[in-house]
Structure formats: C-alpha cells, structure tokens
Design a protein around this ligand. Sequence first.
Ligand code: URA
Length: 230
Amino acid sequence: MRLDRFLSNLAQFSRADARLLLAGGRIRVDGAAVRDGRCEVREFSRIELDDQLLQAGKPARFFMLHKPLGVVSATCHPEHRTVLDLLDEPDKHELHIAGRLDLGTSGLLLLTNDGLWSRRLTEPRSRLGKVYRVTTEQPITAEYIEVFAHGLYFAYENLTTLPAELQILDSHSALLTLHEGRYHQVKRMFGHFQNKVIGLHRERMGPLQLDPGLAPGEYRALSAAEAALV
Ligand code: URA
C-alpha cells in the first residue's frame, strides 16, 4: 500500500494531515525519513511519526528445508505428512511454500510469510533458474538438449515451455535448469521421450542452493543476507 494511503487510513489523520506530515519529513519507514507519499509500505515495514510508533512491522521469515521423499508440499493434507509438519516454529501456518515439489521429489524447498519474495523467486519473468538433478529409466541422449532448449508444447495448458538447459552427467542422469514451474514439468519433459523419471531432486532456486549440511527433513532459517539475494 502507498504510504500516504497507510497514513490517511489511520483514524487520527486526514489526507491533508498525511500530506503535511510527509512534507515535514516527520515520517520514517524502516528508520529513514520518507517525504514521498507514493512510497510503498508493507506489513513488514516499521513506520514512525517522530518518536511515535505507527506500525511495528512484522518480521519477514524465510526457511530452507531439505524436503524428503513422501512428504507433501502443502500446508495440510488428509493422508500424508506435510512439509509444515517438519517445522518446529511458532505461527508456522502463516508460512507458504515458494515453489512446490511433488510427493516423490526431494530437495530444496523454501518457505516464507513474504508473498512478494516468493513471487520474485517463482515467477518466470524473474528468470531465476531452478536446478533439478534428474535420474531416468532410459538413457538420456544429446537430442534432449536441443529439444529442451527449444521448448516443448504442453497441450493441456496450450503453452510452450521456456528454454531450459540440460547438462548430461552420465547415461541416466542430468542437471536440468528450468525458469518456470509447470505441473509435473520435469517428468512431462522427459515423458516427451517416453523416458520415465525415477529420481528427482531440486538442488537450487535462483541464488539459493540447498545447504549440504541439511539431511532430508531438516531445515534452517535463511540469514537476512541470503534472503536479500532474491
Ligand atoms: N517437476 C516435476 O515433475 N516434479 C517436481 O516436483 C518438480 C518439477
């Protein structure tokens, strides 16, 4: 929300008051004086008038989890354990998942209460690569590289996948970098070649790599510096 709107929504200020306070340099957002009412503020912003606290700003929270196989990427599920069940954190139901993984996929899963952060991480126009280690039933051939780079037509969604980079590691395994997250995307891409994915593990999302110190099911908070990379 715009700062001028935030101020005039408070019972004690009219729109004219808000303009005056801003023009007088009396409003601080996250410690810095702000005179421009168009400045965007969020529930995480600390907003002060002189020495008076108008909004404390709730803490933004970020976690990296090593998702194990057989745990569902949802906040609740009738049958399976969910990734939230693995977190021992207060108010964990305020968190959401930034980029789900299938039940049978392991690896890096990020959780946050900051919707803008998760959108930046997952939306295709951010161009942040998600790197998957893929193991297949049949051999992977060099032909896949060109087909994936070119994009594959998904009839159900009527779209062509964005260029993806494939690095073949050995006859049956590869690293695949995607810039979007379509339903079962990796499996469907290999399915184009009738090649079944038998192992799938996400190693990286944009600048964030799965911490090798985290065993499956373990998690840790991201540092402020790590979260700021996104
Ligand atoms: N693609 C898949 O097929 N599954 C995942 O979990 C992630 C990407």
